[in-house]
Write a protein that binds this ligand. Structure first.
Ligand SMILES: Nc1ncnc2c1ncn2[C@@H]1O[C@H](COP(=O)(O)OP(=O)(O)OP(=O)(O)O)[C@@H](O)[C@H]1O
Ligand SMILES: O=P(O)(O)OC[C@H]1O[C@](O)(CO)[C@@H](O)[C@@H]1O
Length: 373
């Protein structure tokens, strides 16, 4: 191999002439550092400019590291190179703390994020049990998939309720979050709630009458802050009932992403790198590397990017969480809302019946006929 380039600043680094030569000294200790020496960005994927840059530099192997969006970008590059008849190996390496990349067992960075989240949850638990009616509320990353919150909850065992984007929850009424909080505080005097940043977005939008959220440069939904909103809703609810509540809110979102990868992820990263280079050297292209049922494989990128992986709330791992937290299933949301609508309708009917009766009584009195009252 002649030499390798480092393309910096994400996809636009290909054509923003933002590249540097890869020298082994530069990567010597990157496994001990957080973040990325390449630099990253959102948006900026101009396929034709990227392919022209690959051609200009006579690059014949491209290793692309990132989440599901990055892998989609890699597939666009692979397909464009094929259309140009260019023999370039394109290898995707899955990296995101969200673990939302389909087909592979898990993504690089996920284990580290779950491990780091323990520190925040432990702090929340310590704070909550140190004060009357204490709630430790922790917001974790996971814009569409709640895997970090799910596995951090299972690992911690100190979490009373885990809220993820895949399970729409509601606050009021039977089976709602308020009921559960009162029950748990009466039972234990304190509790910990873990909420993924992508949870409850519809509920918030409905309650704050927010327009549909805007998107970032890559087209990802920009989220409303569910952590602060939930804190305020709980505070208002308890204040209305003149009951004591002490919420300790912890938002470690970037902390769990910025730390150096742990030992398990370091080993995993090495396997991904070896697998990607072996695949490219063997002449494969258009593949994402990763373990499938424990065995490292080359998966066509378009298969990996067909859909984003979300928590399967009907599988055993979610059931294990529910049995560990004993939280509400929040599954009757539609039924509860239907019951609420019916209750309001019957209340309205009662009021209108009463009005009709009163009016008819009044009219009977006025016509002089007596009635038994
Ligand atoms: N469908 C697509 N086609 C081409 N490029 C894409 C596509 N989706 C995303 N990209 C590009 O891939 C890059 C990374 O995408 P994105 O910002 O969504 O992050 P990601 O790879 O999904 O990582 P994470 O989930 O960790 O944020 C961006 O430059 C974005 O423009
Ligand atoms: O750095 P940004 O653009 O705020 O990205 C935050 C998003 O990136 C992720 O951490 C995935 O890498 C998501 O969990 C989170 O919503």
């Amino acid at each position: 191999m002649q030499f390798e380039w480092l393309v910096q600043g994400g996809y636009k680094g290909f054509y923003a002439r933002n590249t540097s030569r890869l020298d082994p000294k530069i990567v010597n200790d990157i496994h001990k550092r957080g973040g990325t020496i390449l630099g990253t960005s959102r948006g900026g994927h101009d396929t034709s400019k990227i392919v022209s840059s690959i051609e200009d530099r006579s690059i014949n192997q491209v290793y692309i590291i990132g989440g599901d969006g990055t892998q989609k970008g890699a597939d666009c590059i692979y397909e464009e190179l094929r259309r140009h008849g260019m023999k370039v190996a394109v290898a995707g390496i899955p990296k995101t703390i969200d673990n939302d990349i389909d087909v592979i067992d898990k993504s690089f960075g996920f284990d580290t994020a779950v491990e780091e989240a323990q520190r925040a949850i432990n702090a929340a638990h310590t704070e909550a049990e140190s004060i009357e009616n204490g709630i430790g509320l922790v917001k974790l990353m996971g814009r569409y998939s709640g895997y970090i919150a799910h596995y951090a909850t299972l690992a911690s065992r100190d979490v009373d309720c885990c809220l993820i984007p895949e399970v729409p929850f509601y606050l009021e009424g039977e089976g709602g979050l308020y009921d559960f909080v009162h029950h748990r505080l009466r039972e234990n005097g304190h509790m910990v709630i873990v909420v993924a940043e992508g949870a409850g977005q519809e509920l918030m939008a409905e309650s704050l009458d927010l327009l549909n959220g805007s998107i970032d440069a890559s087209g990802n939904r920009l989220l409303h802050d569910i952590g602060l909103w939930l804190c305020q809703k709980l505070k208002d609810h308890f204040a209305d009932r003149k009951e004591i509540l002490n919420i300790k809110y912890i938002d470690p979102t970037y902390m769990i992403r910025a730390i150096p990868s742990n030992a398990a992820d370091n080993v995993y990263c090495t396997l991904l790198a070896h697998s990607a280079v072996h695949g490219a050297m063997a002449g494969y292209s258009g593949f994402t590397v990763g373990p499938v049922n424990g065995r490292h494989a080359y998966i066509p990128i378009h298969r990996v990017t067909e859909k984003q992986r979300c928590v399967n709330t009907s599988d055993r791992m979610w059931a294990r969480l529910l049995s560990s937290t004993n939280q509400p299933g929040f599954l009757q949301y539609e039924k509860v809302m239907e019951a609420k609508r019916k209750k309001e309708a019957s209340k309205f009917l009662k009021i209108s019946d009463a009005n009709d009766k009163r009016d008819s009584n009044n009219s009977t009195g006025q016509n002089g006929t007596s009635g038994v009252h």
